[in-house]
Design a protein around this ligand. Structure first.
Ligand code: ADP
Ligand code: MG
Ligand code: MG
Length: 922
């Protein structure tokens, strides 16, 4: 240990910028003292001393520290004209902890340290107030006993309750000086009994014990758990400082008070002092909620001079810190003291408003206005939230899969959701064990989705996020019983029709209705994001599949669509049957027939997207998923078939068969057959249904793949079933031609998924060119479009030079590229081994959440460089989920990408993050 290191700093000397050494509280106390604010005299013992202390095997204070403390205490005596341990005019201090990060898990503050039988008499003589003296004393004994000596609160509370009862006192204030004297005496005995030693009466001994207790608290379970929970690393905060501060008393009569305040309103951002105070009270009383504090406005009436000084203090704090401050003050007999300040924690609405207003007031510049807001926090402003003033206990906790809050009646299947939601106009929450593509109509009808199984990438989560609906996924505490239309949660349960509330932002589930607060995309947010766009280099586009998504994304400021997934357009109650027909078609003619029916539907989809986004680019990805994803489940089919066969054999009349038909209803594809069958229930019809189901089962089996994600999907599908891509390309180009005819400016971009070699692109390009020529001829004018590729396969990165010859743009699909780079299948990784990998530090983050810059990012950089070496103006962007995450956006900026594309609600986040990236990069 370096004995020359300075460990103890007077408030006049400590470096107010060095929060690491002095802790946040200590650094600010030094800073405030040095800019001339009225802070009670005091000093800080550094975090370095704490670490040295904890590093010794038997926990001894670093050499010389107590000497320095003595020196500092003598200086305090000089400044205050009081004596520590002096029985005439005693000096009392508080001992406060404080690390670089504010941590509620840390030690409580000890007030009134220095009191003993002699100094107490001095206090009483000096103030002429015995009640005040004994009150301070009993508080000190309890706090010191508890915090520094580890005596349980209950022992004190029991004695105190007994005294109150004997005195017939309801509240502490009803107790007399004699009662409080009695309390102090009993408290001393409590300590003696609990520790086996008398309460330490020597003030310096008290001080040393208290300092050690603060240091020890850093290594205590409470603090260690807290740091773990909130990922506070040693780089962020290491060790706690100790602040020793001269006591000032807000409880010295009606000209004294104590309070806490924000320089601006932390809920709305309004430029007005906001806070509370209590007359004749000590600091902790405000927080403890024993008495109801008064709003700060009242102070103008009660103590006008103090209110004026408080306003001056507020101005000084803001003009010095250039940030909204959250501060503590005490008024002792007409003297105002500031006891603490720190940057105010505000909600996002307030952060945004104060950014704009402080810039206008000249307190900060635009850069600071942008940088002080965490991009992620903007998402809060786009979704309904639970009313924060309503208190409620959650009955279950799942994953926060899609943000926002919603209430509604529980329903347990998609058809019921549609009936009650769409047809009867009720607000419903769809509750499922997990969801499947055929539940999609239920999503449309529901306010929110709750599943008891599945992760953040489960079907429910992905679809809900895409639609911007709240979703809590994998709430394992809930067991869903679809047949009985109820769900059990612990000891209670809810049935269909019972109201529940979800908070997809926190993953919590509540019984009953909790009011929600509507989101507000405020004018201030628009201004702020306008500033962001002006400094950002990356453009922000949106991933949007439907005109509604696109409209929403556009209202959030997206300047185009970077990814429109066409398969989502297939997954619709009306279309799925046609898609299935296309897939099960036994002949090319039959397949074409189905495609001919899909063409106008897709053309309409694309036209709407173009219109909504005009004149910005709309990038449409050709069909990607393995085709069997659109077919019914093999086991379900098998079960249905065997039941149907039994029923067909024993057809015993209309009612039984009607039941059987109900069963058939499960398959949307055969809905109209079912209806026909309902009308003429006749065994021949049943046989026909059986035959169709058998054909379907054959097809399902024929399309079976061991590894569908690595199988027949993406461009591979487009090459083996060219008619599908041809239909889509035609729909895109015709839609564009129609728009052009109507005078709507469009920029269509055709994007091919899963490409690994340029030959695939060339192949697709041949039919794109043919169709383009046909469309140009038919509409009398060629439409311009761009042709490009997803980069989501490792080989595509390695062959970027060759792909760039065919493609006008690259779009990184980092979800698949991450799977491919790690050779992890996402679902398996996240459900099985990734949590352990993260816990044990093998991988720091989940690469599906946080872009793996070192691996996946390296591939991206190579691909960008190689691609641009062939085509310098190659347009490059990212459309994986990472495109909406600030850290990944910073990487994309650095890697030279042109744009990021993310889900609509992430667009504001991405715009701000793109500005941060640009500001922090240079
Ligand atoms: P916390 O970090 O929990 O806010 P503090 O150290 O700020 O803990 O102290 C708790 C309460 O005691 C606060 O209300 C504070 O204002 C008050 N307090 C701390 N030191 C003094 C002091 N020297 N004189 C008067 N009140 C004090
Ligand atoms: Mg405090
Ligand atoms: Mg992909």
């Amino acid at each position: 240990m370096n004995t020359t290191t300075k460990h103890v700093f007077a408030f006049e000397d400590g470096d107010g910028k060095n929060k690491h050494l002095l802790g946040g509280k200590g650094a600010n106390l030094c800073e405030m003292t040095q800019i001339g604010l009225n802070v009670p005299p005091g000093f800080v013992i550094s975090t370095a001393a704490c670490l040295d202390y904890l590093a010794t095997p038997d926990h001894t204070l670093p050499a010389g520290i107590m000497d320095d403390v003595h020196t500092q205490m003598r200086a305090l005596e000089q400044k205050t004209g009081k004596g520590f341990g002096d029985s005439e005019n005693p000096l009392l201090v508080s001992v406060r902890s404080g690390s670089a990060m504010s941590m509620p898990g840390m030690m409580d503050t000890i007030l009134n340290l220095g009191l003993n039988e002699q100094t107490l008499q001095g206090v009483i003589r000096a103030t002429g107030d015995a009640r005040f003296g004994y009150d301070a004393y009993r508080r000190f004994i309890q706090l010191f006993g508890k915090v520094a000596l580890g005596v349980h609160d209950e022992a004190f509370d029991k004695e105190f309750a007994a005294i109150k009862e004997a005195a017939h006192a309801k509240q502490d204030v009803d107790l007399s000086a004699t009662d409080l004297k009695e309390t102090a005496e009993r408290f001393l005995k409590v300590v003696q009994n609990a520790t086996g030693r008398p309460f330490p009466s020597d003030p310096y001994e008290q001080l040393e014990i208290a300092i050690k207790a603060v240091f020890n608290s850093w290594g205590g379970k409470r603090a260690v758990d807290y740091r773990k929970q909130f990922h506070i690393t040693p780089e962020m905060a290491n060790g706690t400082a100790v602040n020793v501060v001269t006591m000032v008393f807000g409880n010295r009569g009606d000209d004294s008070a104590t309070g806490v305040a924000f320089t601006r309103n932390p809920a709305s951002g309004e430029n007005k002092l906001y806070g509370e105070y209590l007359v004749n009270a000590q600091g902790e009383d405000v927080v403890a909620g024993i008495r109801t504090p008064k709003p700060i406005d009242r102070l103008k009436v009660e103590m006008p001079e103090m209110a004026k000084q408080l306003d001056e203090l507020r101005d000084k704090l803001e003009s010095h810190y250039h940030e909204v401050q959250d501060f503590e003050f005490t008024i002792e007999q007409g003297q105002l003291y500031c006891l603490q300040t720190r940057n105010g924690k505000m909600n996002t609405v307030a952060m945004v408003r104060t950014s704009i207003e402080m810039e206008q007031e000249g307190l900060i510049n635009k850069q600071q206005a942008l940088l002080r807001i965490a991009p992620d926090s903007l998402e809060q402003m786009l979704f309904p939230r639970l009313d924060p003033t309503v208190k409620a206990d959650a009955v279950a906790q799942g994953l926060p899969a899609s943000p926002g809050a919603a209430s509604g009646i529980a329903v347990f299947d998609a058809d019921r959701a549609e009936q009650l939601g769409h047809e009867q106009g009720l607000k419903v929450i769809l509750v499922r064990e997990e969801t499947k593509p055929e539940d999609i109509h239920g999503f449309f009808a529901a306010e929110g989705i709750l599943t008891s199984r599945g992760g953040k990438t489960s079907h429910a989560a992905v679809v809900a996020r895409g639609m911007g609906k709240p979703c809590v996924a994998g709430a394992e505490g809930i067991s869903v019983d679809v047949d009985r239309r109820e769900a059990r949660v612990g000891l209670t349960s809810f049935k269909e029709g019972d109201v529940i509330t979800l908070d997809g932002t926190t993953g919590k589930v509540y019984l009953g209705a909790i009011p929600t607060v509507e989101p507000d995309f405020t004018p201030e947010l628009n201004t702020l994001l306008g500033w962001a766009d002006a400094v950002a280099r990356l453009k922000v586009l949106a991933n949007a599949d439907t005109p509604d998504d696109a409209r929403r994304a556009r209202s959030y400021g997206a300047v185009g669509i970077g990814l429109a997934r066409t398969e989502r357009m297939f997954n619709d109650v009306e279309r799925l049957p046609i898609v299935i027909e296309m897939i099960v078609a036994e002949t090319p003619e039959k397949r074409q027939e189905a495609l001919d029916r899909l063409l106008p539907l897709q053309r309409k989809d694309f036209r709407e997207l173009f219109e909504v986004m005009s004149p910005n680019p709309v990038t449409i990805r050709l069909l990607d998923p393995p085709i069997h994803e659109f077919l019914p489940d093999e086991h379900v089919l098998e079960r249905e078939l065997s039941e149907l066969r039994v029923l067909a054999q024993n057809a015993r009349g209309v009612t039984v068969l009607a039941g059987a038909m109900g069963l058939l209803h499960a398959s949307d594809a055969l809905r109209h057959e079912v209806d026909t069958a309902r009308r003429h229930i006749d065994p021949a019809v049943v046989e026909e249904v059986i035959a169709k189901k058998e054909a379907m089962l054959r097809k399902v089996r024929a399309l079976y793949e061991t590894n569908p994600m690595l199988g027949h999907r993406g461009v591979r599908l487009g090459i083996t079933f060219p008619e599908i891509y041809q239909m889509q390309v035609r729909a895109i180009l015709e839609a564009a031609a129609e728009c052009a005819k109507a005078g709507i400016q469009v920029k269509p971009q055709i994007k091919v998924p899963q490409v690994c070699t340029a030959a695939e692109l060339r192949k697709v390009k041949t039919f794109v060119d043919t169709i383009h020529a046909e469309v140009a001829e038919r509409y009398g004018k060629p439409v311009s479009f761009k042709f490009g590729t997803m980069i989501e396969v490792v080989r595509a990165c390695l062959r970027a030079e060759s792909l760039a010859e065919e493609a006008e743009f690259f779009s990184f699909g980092t979800n698949d590229l991450t799977q491919a780079t790690f050779s992890f299948s996402r679902e398996d990784a996240e459900n099985k081994f990734l949590p352990l990998y993260n816990q044990s530090g093998i991988l720091q983050d989940n690469p599906f959440d946080v872009l793996d810059v070192k691996g996946v990012g390296k591939l991206m950089k190579l691909a960008v460089d190689w691609g641009r070496s062939v085509k310098p103006d190659l347009h490059v962007g990212i459309c994986g989920e990472h495109g909406g995450h600030p850290a990944s956006i910073a990487f994309c900026h650095e890697a030279g990408l042109d744009y990021v594309s993310c889900s609509g609600p992430r667009v504001p986040v991405a715009r701000l993050a793109a500005a941060h990236a640009a500001l922090l990069a240079d």
